[in-house]
Design a protein around this ligand. Structure first.
Ligand SMILES: Cc1cc2nc3c(=O)[nH]c(=O)nc-3n(C[C@H](O)[C@H](O)[C@H](O)COP(=O)(O)OP(=O)(O)OC[C@H]3O[C@@H](n4cnc5c(N)ncnc54)[C@H](O)[C@@H]3O)c2cc1C
Length: 338
């Protein structure tokens, strides 16, 4: 059994379970208040068992409005501010949405359902993404969006938790009931034993390498079935993502691979010569309504159901949890108290 102090809620030490994007932000914000924070993670620092490891890392609240409830946009905008505040050194270059002429109706529908963009013509597109010169006649530029690289930002978050005085215990699989004091349970899909409604929604991705295309921001290609996108990583690498399939299987199907690679080729034919580095998939933890929940049961707080918005929502959810623990503030849209 892990012991933490049993002083009143406002001063107590905090145990966080799960060092994915949800738990890492919780631990960081609590550690920065000067509290004693211990973050437990069942796997090692590589974090390959987390969904977060496989994510695109897009911070795109405006684009997500196409398919998401207003609460996602509200929390997403707050999160973007927190990302900027805590990581001022990261350039957030916005995101670009493009479509081929045959998908024009879907492109206009996307424009109708979202806001926060500027329309660009072909010249405007090549001004911000020279590699795309002559590729698309029009685009939507969401200048205030951004993206982070999950496999870099997770270790960076962990380092900052430690710098703020928090402790991280890797290879430490624990259950909330095993720990005294305030526990923030961010186990993602692994919490399903206690959270029967949780399900995994499979997302597939492909990592490729090309030195013929340069992009400064994620490019979303309007597609009738999935929001397909190409996200630039460092060192000439690009992530192609992501399918969304009601399945808890693993691996990448041939059909998905064809669609993802086809999208990259449609964004730029030079991707046809790119080298495939990795196929991968992750399971997004989701409730039936696909909305996040902060469930408070005395001193056990569960933060889960981040679905396809973990990177977008984690900072705002951590701020809400902190507000509850410090001041008893309740956000009725995402919090419930037993
Ligand atoms: C292909 C793909 C693309 C995506 N793209 C985006 C995107 O662009 N933008 C975005 O915002 N979101 C995106 N997502 C969604 C995002 O990845 C998830 O919402 C997010 O990773 C969920 O984070 P989490 O911290 O809740 O869960 P996880 O990342 O799974 O973290 C939970 C952690 O808890 C640990 N754990 C479990 N049980 C225990 C235990 N008993 N003790 C200790 N530790 C334990 C696990 O090992 C894991 O590390 C994408 C997802 C996928 C699959």
């Amino acid at each position: 059994m892990y012991q933490s102090t049993t002083t009143p809620r406002g001063d107590s030490s905090i145990s966080v379970i799960g060092a994915g994007i949800a738990g890492a932000w919780q631990a960081l914000l609590f550690a920065r208040t000067g509290r004693a924070v211990t973050l437990h993670e069942r796997s090692d620092a590589a974090m390959t068992q987390s969904t977060s490891y496989w994510a695109g890392g897009m911070l795109a609240p405006y684009c997500e409005a196409e398919v998401s409830e207003p609460v996602i946009v509200r929390l997403g905008l707050r999160s973007l501010s927190l990302w900027r505040e805590h990581f001022p050194e990261i350039p957030f270059n916005g995101s670009l949405v493009v479509a081929h002429a045959r998908d024009r109706a879907d492109f206009e529908r996307f424009a109708r359902l979202t806001s926060g963009y500027r329309r660009l013509d072909a010249e405007g597109i090549s001004a911000i993404e020279p590699s795309l010169e002559g590729r698309f006649r029009e685009g939507l530029f969401y200048a205030d969006e951004g993206h982070v690289e999950p496999r870099k930002i997770l270790p960076e978050l962990h380092a900052r938790i430690r710098a703020a005085g928090g402790e991280i215990e890797f290879n430490s699989g624990v259950e909330p009931k095993d720990i005294d004091g305030t526990v923030i349970d961010c186990r993602g899909l692994a919490a399903r034993g206690a959270e029967r409604e949780l399900r995994g929604v499979k997302g597939e991705l492909i990592l490729i390498e090309s030195d013929e295309v340069e992009l400064s921001r994620p490019v979303r290609l309007i597609h009738p079935r999935f929001p397909l996108y190409v996200i630039p990583r460092g060192h000439n690498r690009f992530m192609l993502g992501a399918t969304s399939i009601e399945s808890e299987g693993s691996g990448v199907s041939v059909r998905s691979a064809l669609e993802l690679l086809g999208a990259a080729y449609a964004v730029h034919p030079a991707f046809g010569e790119a080298r495939i580095l990795e196929f991968g998939s992750g399971l997004r933890p989701a409730y039936p309504d696909n909305l996040p929940r902060i469930a408070v049961n005395n001193d056990k707080i569960a933060v889960n159901g981040l679905y396809r918005h973990g990177f977008l929502l984690a900072p705002a959810l951590a701020e809400l949890t902190l507000g509850y623990v410090e001041r008893g503030t309740i956000d009725n849209e995402v919090m419930s108290c037993a």
